[in-house]
Write a protein of this length. Structure first.
Length: 141
């Protein structure tokens, strides 16, 4: 039976180390914030950090698409919303939006494609066998 689309929401406050001299957030800082949200989304998908450490199977980013629409600045409180967007045989896509708390305007959109990889060999793995049924509404046939 299909499950609801897994989603996550995290919050970040823009710190000095996130910004340039003009107080505008660096592009790499957004990726760090998205990394936090993606790690928490992975846990919802059954990939908790401790379990990955034991099995040595990790979701590895193979592609990132990011659009910078409006800048965040020093002191902004941000909400990073993420969701599982699409499931294929050997990879899956997640999507994120970054907004200021209390505002509807989207500052950043991001999509990432991930694959499961067995380390240390670097061997690609199939996605869990139950995913096509579990996320049938997201499965690309």
């Amino acid at each position: 039976m299909p499950e609801e689309t897994p989603t996550i929401e995290t919050r970040e406050e823009v710190m000095f180390f996130d910004t340039d001299i003009g107080g505008v957030v660096h592009n790499i800082a957004y990726l760090r914030m998205i990394e936090t949200a993606r790690t928490r989304l992975a846990a919802k998908l059954g990939m908790q950090l401790r379990e990955m450490s034991k099995t040595q199977v990790y979701p590895v980013v193979v592609r990132t698409e990011i659009d910078y629409r409006k800048p965040a600045t020093l002191g902004d409180e941000l909400i990073i919303s993420g969701r599982l967007e699409r499931v294929e045989r050997v990879r899956f896509w997640v999507a994120f939006e970054v907004r200021r708390v209390g505002e509807e305007t989207v500052l950043i959109t991001c999509r990432q494609s991930l694959a499961l990889v067995q380390m240390p060999q670097g061997k690609p793995m199939r996605l869990p066998l139950d995913w096509p049924e579990k996320y049938s509404h997201l499965f690309l046939k």
